[in-house]
Design a protein around this ligand. Structure first.
Ligand SMILES: Nc1ncnc2c1ncn2[C@@H]1O[C@H](COP(=O)(O)OP(=O)(O)OP(=O)(O)O)[C@@H](O)[C@H]1O
Ligand SMILES: [Mg+2]
Length: 458
């Protein structure tokens, strides 16, 4: 059953009950008013007749006076008067129908006021002369009340009809925006996140309208992020694969080939018993294998940070800094890792490591700095259980130029941090230099302690 139908049915029932209740009260009032009116008409009529009967005592023609009395009551709307038992009975007004209109019988029955008959005996000179009969006629009064009640009921019925019609139209209009919202939800459900509710709804629904549009915008952003992330993932995967293929091709394949040749040469030399030349070939094989071992270790290091699991974040970040220090000893490196951030879980540790790795390499490659600071510390306003970690890499180099775009490095950092529910801030520092700040939500660090890096310039 539709909401509109239910509401209209409810309002109709309430209006009908009110109408019925009003009708009962109107009938009750009508009955009381007719009864009162009849009572007072009878009283006044009785007094008039008493006076007239008294006046008959000195009358020369009582019959004529009585006829005159009966005629004087013919225009009365509430009383019928007749004379019985006299020398000549006066005519009683006979019409059962009111000249003013008809009342339905059921209404007369509902009002329930029966005619009242009264008799005033006449005696002239001590002799009985019949009686004057007075009969109340409630018909006209009931007609008057009926006219009033039926007018009121008609007005009320018109009011009910109009109210129901207005509710029908209003609810139709009020619910129309919900149809648009429902259609919009359907489109969202089909994956069309560009859907927006354009026109503003009623004030009550404006909140829904705003929230729907915000939700659609967030979904569109999330879908775009997902697409971009997938593309990046594929690109990075391809890049990584081609790098591994290139390394295998350039750094491992030739040496395997060389080892193969050396072994063939050695077997030939053994057959020819040229023992003196063997050590040279053994040495070249050992060199080639050593080279291949180093290459494989480098490749593995790129695929998974070396030492992160074994030595923790401090050790892994330390050896990363040492790596750059060997290549750029002119730069001063300061590293500070809070012991409470030492082990935050595999994913968080790797994320922090990768952020530091990329930011450090960017600082050295692009910034030409004199100093680089790395800090991994608990967020100052953390609450236990939902603590945060702040990772900061700050250099005092030339800063990021406006014109320089964003490469895979900065993008990858942002994606990694956001994947953990954190956020990344990149900014040029006022005095020169660049700052990378990542805030990660998972951990419950307890304090900060500066760890001097062994071998690094302090
Ligand atoms: N510390 C920094 N100082 C100065 N410029 C920086 C710094 N870090 C980043 N940039 C600028 O931001 C650009 C984008 O950096 P991003 O790491 O995304 O790419 P990239 O380092 O150029 O290449 P890659 O994809 O190999 O990381 C850099 O090209 C550089 O111009
Ligand atoms: Mg980079």
């Amino acid at each position: 059953m539709s909401l509109r139908f239910r509401l209209i049915a409810l309002v109709t029932i309430v209006l009908m009950l009110s109408l019925a209740f009003g009708g009962v009260i109107a009938c009750f009032n009508a009955s009381r008013s007719v009864r009162t009116e009849m009572g007072s008409a009878l009283l006044v009529g009785r007094q008039t007749i008493d006076n007239a009967v008294r006046a008959l005592q000195g009358s020369l023609d009582p019959q004529r006076d009585l006829d005159g009395l009966v005629i004087s009551f013919q225009a009365n709307r509430h009383l019928r008067v007749s004379v019985t038992g006299g020398a000549e009975a006066a005519a009683v007004p006979v019409s059962d129908h009111s000249p003013f209109g008809e009342v339905p019988a059921w209404f007369v029955w509902l009002v329930g006021v029966a005619p009242v008959i009264d008799r005033v005996p006449i005696a002239i000179g001590g002799h009985p002369y019949g009686a004057v009969v007075i009969e109340t006629d409630p018909h006209n009064e009931i007609l008057e009340v009926w006219n009033q009640v039926s007018e009121s009921v008609l007005v009320l019925a018109l009011f009910c009809g109009q109210t129901i019609l207005l509710i029908h139209l209003f609810i139709g209009r009020a619910l129309r925006p919900l149809d648009r919202v429902s259609a919009a939800f359907e489109q969202i459900g089909q994956g069309d996140y560009r859907t927006r509710i354009a026109d503003s709804l009623t004030p009550e629904l404006r909140h829904l309208h705003d929230n729907f549009n915000r939700m659609a915008a967030r979904l569109a952003e999330a879908a775009a992020d997902n697409r971009r992330l997938n593309e990046q993932l594929l690109t990075l995967q391809e890049q990584e694969r081609s790098e591994i293929a290139r390394d295998l091709h350039d750094e491992v394949s030739p040496f395997l080939f060389a080892v193969n040749i050396d072994i063939a040469n050695m077997s030939r030399l053994i057959k020819e018993r040229r023992w003196a030349e063997l050590p040279h070939h053994i040495q070249t094989i050992a060199d080639a294998v050593g080279h291949m071992q180093r290459q494989v270790r480098t490749m593995l290091g790129r695929l998974r940070p070396i030492g992160l699991a074994e030595f923790g974040l401090t050790g892994a970040v330390g050896s990363m800094v040492e790596f750059w220090q060997r290549r750029h000893p002119e730069i001063e490196y300061r590293v500070s890792v809070s012991p409470t951030c030492e082990s935050l879980g595999d994913l968080a540790d790797t994320t922090i490591y990768r952020v530091v790795q990329e930011a450090l390499s960017n600082a050295v490659r692009h910034g030409k700095p004199a100093r680089i600071g790395v800090s991994i510390a608990p967020a100052p306003d953390h609450d236990p259980g939902h603590g945060g970690v702040i990772v900061e890499i700050i250099d005092d180099g030339q800063g990021k130029r406006e014109s320089s775009g964003v490469g895979y490095g900065l993008l990858g950092m942002g994606e990694r941090v956001r994947a953990l529910g954190g956020h990344l801030t990149l900014s040029n520092r006022p005095g020169g230099g660049f700052a990378v700040t990542a805030v990660l939500p998972d951990s419950s660090p307890r304090g900060l302690q500066t760890v001097p890096l062994q071998g690094a310039a302090q």
